[in-house]
Write a protein that binds this ligand. Structure first.
Ligand code: PRP
Length: 210
């Protein structure tokens, strides 16, 4: 844990822009974050915050181990990571749905003994276990919609935001597992040791959420 700064792990990619907008609305200077750079640690000296830009899947890890005090990450990633930290705020952006999807023809007890391709193997496993369906989970790292098209799997478990990717690949939503949005997470020890500055940031973010 770094005692001088509050370290916030930020998910690179689709959540980043809206996360920065919210932080700025909360009065946190993010000008360094908006400059094109390969630097991975960016500081706002005035508010004593430093940002680390990491892959979304790594945000929960940094926060769980206390390498970052706080993190901004999607609920989808958080559910998959299953880490031990506090989820403090729903930040009100990055809305998407975790779904089971497949070709339209797949109906009825479609899941039994079927293969399921996903970037979220734990979420998929939990979902089908609760349903009492025996499936084979195939872990992929992207472009999951390809799997049913090429016969790698019958269905997929993935996030849907606009629905464009499913539609353009001839797939439909077969079931919704949960809805997701960006969350603020906090390391357990940090909340005790750096209680005041962390609560202050949380209060400012809460005030800035729409
Ligand atoms: C995500 C997700 C879907 C797509 C959904 O993938 O896995 O493929 O976005 O968005 P839509 O409903 O708005 O079309 P991402 O763009 O992160 O790329 P990836 O497949 O390479 O992980």
């Amino acid at each position: 844990m770094n005692m001088d700064y509050i370290t916030i792990a930020m998910a690179k990619g689709r959540l980043a822009e809206k996360a920065i907008a919210l932080l700025e609305k909360a009065g946190i200077d993010c000008s360094e974050l908006k400059v094109e750079t390969r630097k991975l640690i960016l500081k706002d000296e005035s508010s004593g915050i430093r940002f680390v830009m990491v892959k979304p899947v790594d945000v929960p890890t940094y926060v769980e181990y206390g390498a970052a005090d706080m993190g901004i990450v999607g609920k989808d990633v958080l559910m998959e990571a299953d880490v031990d930290c506090y989820e403090m705020l729903d930040l009100g952006f990055g809305f998407c749905r975790m779904v089971v999807a497949g070709p339209r023809e797949v109906t009825g007890r479609y899941f039994v003994d079927k293969r399921v391709a996903t970037k979220y193997p734990r979420i998929a496993e939990r979902y089908f276990k609760e349903k009492g369906e025996n499936v084979e989970i195939i872990k992929l790292n992207g472009s999951v919609e390809l799997a049913p098209i090429l016969g790698l799997s019958e269905v997929i478990v993935d996030i849907v935001e606009t629905g464009k990717t499913l539609k353009e690949n001839g797939l439909v939503v077969l079931d919704e597992i949960f809805s997701s949005s960006a969350r603020l997470i906090v390391n357990r020890a940090s909340l005790k040791v750096k209680s005041q500055p962390i609560k202050n940031i949380i209060a400012r973010l809460r005030g800035a959420i729409n």
